[in-house]
Write a protein that binds this ligand. Structure first.
Ligand code: NAG
Ligand code: NAG
Ligand code: NAG
Ligand code: NAG
Length: 387
């Protein structure tokens, strides 16, 4: 098995470097999919395997594009000009933060053991790693492998040593639009050596497409999670859990997201000086068959139910999205380009594993993959209209 895989890797590496290789397709050119029953449409670009638009019908039967993004696709590849919001891509090789940019294999508490790896630190003045380093999976041109009317597959070869990670990792992602506005996302990775892998999809949602309101008061969520992973002022996990009982973090009963944001200020759950949510909730009970997360707008009537094989969930309420020095123009069909994306006006929902599990051997997850262990991330996003 190991030998066969290494041969495949060698062949792929050779192919990637061949002088006669055809010029890759424009990584910013849109690829549009339509569900077989016409209930949903979506647009993708190979850059970051990014979803740029997602259209479903609202309670009036009208399509809305409910994803944040750039009408000018070149901006996805120019993060310096827009504050690098990670609009809609795959994040990896290791999503979220890595304490001090370091870990060991096997995993030890705060990388205290031998066999230490150092990843490029790209956050908090170069003191930790966010979303895989300076050039994460969101800033690479993925290869278009296959396209049908309702599905598209991209792949990425992430070379040994890139950003400091050990081993070559090959990832494929397949996006499929199914009937009844159901969106299936399937990611698989194989690694040539032992290495951490945690991927996620980083879509920003506004289920109203900014038509009725510019805040999250009309956005409600419900999910069964009794604990978040405790983080410090820079959102680095400390190793403990915080029970949600009696805090604004408790979404076990449905409630307005916007209506809960101000109550987060006192405890600074999203970091020093931050108001809002940017936390990792652990699902209490995920059988991978029933939806574990629901989000809806009482204004547009659009509802999202997520089924996933992941044990945890990051929710970010766009707390720092608006920067007066670098305001991001909204898409034209969301009121742009004169209107800009405001803070607390959108929700990022990332199905993932326990964040920074590679510095916390006490967490009940094994995030080290290799020739004998492939990585798999599966989620289904089912949209409907509130009755
Ligand atoms: C699109 O974005 C790119 C990258 O930021 C920029 O250089 C270019 O001027 C933009 N094009 C238009 C028409 O605004
Ligand atoms: C991680 O970095 C912090 C400062 O950011 C430092 O105090 C700490 O000692 C470092 N931990 C390790 C294990 O290197
Ligand atoms: C980064 O460093 C600058 C200059 O030393 C400081 O003003 C700023 O507060 C630091 N930011 C963080 C997030 O630590
Ligand atoms: C939250 O606080 C801001 C600033 O004080 C205020 O404008 C807003 O109305 C508050 N929101 C809610 C839902 O109370």
């Amino acid at each position: 098995m190991a030998l066969k895989l290494s041969l495949i890797f060698a062949a792929l590496a050779l192919n990637a470097g061949a002088a006669s290789a055809p010029k890759p397709a424009d990584p910013f050119a849109g690829i549009k999919l339509t569900a077989p029953d016409g209930s949903a449409m979506a647009n993708f670009i190979p850059w970051g395997a990014t979803t740029t638009n997602f259209w479903v019908k609202d309670k009036y039967g009208k399509f809305r594009d409910i994803l944040l993004g750039f009408d000018n696709h070149t901006m996805y590849g120019d993060p310096a000009s827009n504050g690098h919001p990670y609009f809609g891509p795959v994040v990896g090789r290791y999503a979220n933060r890595i304490r001090n940019g370091t870990f060991t294999i096997p995993v030890t508490k705060d990388a205290s053991g031998p066999n230490k790896f150092h990843i490029v630190e790209n956050e908090n003045n170069g003191t930790d790693t966010l979303h895989g380093g300076l050039i994460g999976y969101d800033q690479r041109p993925w290869t278009l492998v296959k396209k049908t009317d309702n599905s598209v597959t991209f792949s990425l070869l992430d070379p040994n040593g890139d950003q400091g990670f050990p081993g070559t990792v090959i990832t494929t992602i397949e996006y499929t639009l199914e009937v009844k506005s159901t969106w299936k996302i399937s990611m698989h990775s194989t690694a040539s050596e032992l290495t951490p892998i945690m991927l996620s999809c980083h879509q920003y949602w506004n289920l109203e497409a900014y038509q009725e309101t510019q805040d999250l008061l009309g956005h409600f969520a419900q999910f069964d999670s009794s604990n978040i992973i405790t983080t410090n002022g820079e959102l680095i996990p400390t190793g403990s859990l915080t029970p949600v009982e009696g805090t604004p973090l408790d979404f076990r009963k449905a409630k307005s997201i916007g209506g809960s944001i101000n109550a987060t200020a006192a405890e600074e759950y999203c970091g020093t000086g931050c108001v809002g949510f940017d936390n990792c909730w652990i699902y209490d009970d995920n059988d991978c068959k029933k939806p574990v997360f629901s989000l809806w707008s009482v204004n547009s009537g659009i509802k999202l139910d997520v089924t996933t094989n992941q044990p945890a969930l990051q929710v970010y309420t766009c707390n720092g999205l608006f920067n007066p020095a670098l305001p991001i123009p909204r898409k034209v069909d969301q009121g742009g380009p004169d209107a800009v994306y405001g803070y607390h006006s959108c929700v990022v929902v990332e199905q993932e594993s326990w964040i920074d599990g590679i510095n916390h051997p006490e967490f009940p997850v094994n995030q080290i993959y290799g020739p004998d262990r492939t990585y798999s991330w599966e989620s289904t996003y089912a949209f409907s209209v509130l009755k």
